[in-house]
Write a protein that binds this ligand. Structure first.
Ligand SMILES: [Fe+2]
Ligand SMILES: [Fe+2]
Length: 289
């Protein structure tokens, strides 16, 4: 199943001068848990692009190839937009370099090309990574759908520029949510690989995310209580400032169901509607005219 509309990268840009350190007012834990995206996505989405460029020659379907090329364009832009938040965090006294160095190692070395001879081993590792990306995209679509509907962040006065970054990105994740899975089905599609790589992706995301949130909390120069626990996460989920733990747990069997397809998750109409009103996406459209 392919997207009806061709996927296009919107060349957004944001100015961060007015965004405070705790951009969800009075809620450093929520702020920093979401800030982990700025640490993981630049390296993670660069890695998607790196892997997908190697897969392009294996695609035997023109429609899917176009989708993958559109996907590459969108992910490259996402990676750049999140990267541009980091200098602002540094100016506010929160230097993420020690953590991003670990994330870079994770994507470039652990999940990188490895020195494999051309042939079966190299192909196996490429297919494995295509499946890992499909599993991660289950979560980027989940988070995108969540943030588009996270009215509690608006009610609490979250910074509008940050919300627009998250929702522009989230909406594009919902928009292209089927591409990675369709690509996986096209080049391999084995259920065992899907289940195995889901476990890898889920464990890695949980590990990196909680470490990132702890890193930010521990290095936030303004905080006295610097702890971050699962209890805080659970409580934020109940308030609606972060995804609810129950929703996250329920998303697991959906991905592992043999009937799964990402088109059943989230709403393209809602994503497209947000993109039609996003200040950053509108400004990008104007610049492109
Ligand atoms: Fe993305
Ligand atoms: Fe994505």
């Amino acid at each position: 199943m392919s997207n009806k509309q061709p996927l296009k990268a919107r060349k957004v840009s944001f100015s961060w001068e007015g965004t405070p350190l705790h951009w969800v007012p009075g809620d450093p834990f929520t702020t920093h848990t979401i800030n982990v995206l700025h640490l993981l996505l630049p390296a993670g989405e660069r890695w998607f692009v790196h892997v997908y460029k190697q897969v392009l020659p294996l695609i035997r379907d023109e429609r899917l190839r176009e989708d993958v090329i559109g996907f590459i364009g969108q992910e490259a832009m996402h990676s750049q937009a999140h990267d541009e938040v980091l200098p602002h965090l540094r100016e506010l006294g929160l230097d993420p370099t020690p953590y991003t160095a670990q994330v870079d190692w994770f994507f470039e070395k652990l999940l990188g090309d490895r020195t494999l001879p051309p042939g079966r081993a190299r192909k196996w590792w490429l297919l494995e990574r295509v499946a890992i990306i499909a599993a991660i995209e289950h979560y980027t679509a989940f988070l995108g759908n969540w943030v588009l509907n996270a009215g509690e962040l608006d009610r609490r006065g979250a910074d509008p520029t940050m919300l627009d970054l998250l929702r522009w990105h989230g909406a594009e994740e919902v928009e292209h949510r089927s591409v990675a899975f369709d690509l996986f089905l096209h080049v391999d599609g084995s259920y065992r690989r899907r289940a195995r790589t889901w476990a890898t992706a889920f464990a890695a995301l949980m590990f990196l995310w909680q470490r990132g949130a702890r890193f930010f909390m521990a290095n936030d120069p303004t905080l006295v209580d610097r702890r971050a626990s699962f209890k805080d996460f659970y409580a934020a989920g109940r308030r609606g400032t972060l995804p609810a733990t129950g929703d996250m747990l329920r998303s697991i069997p959906r991905y592992l169901s043999r009937a799964y397809h990402p088109s059943q998750e989230g709403s393209t109409e809602q994503a497209v509607a947000y993109l039609a009103s996003s200040p950053a996406a509108l400004a990008a459209e104007k610049r492109a005219e």
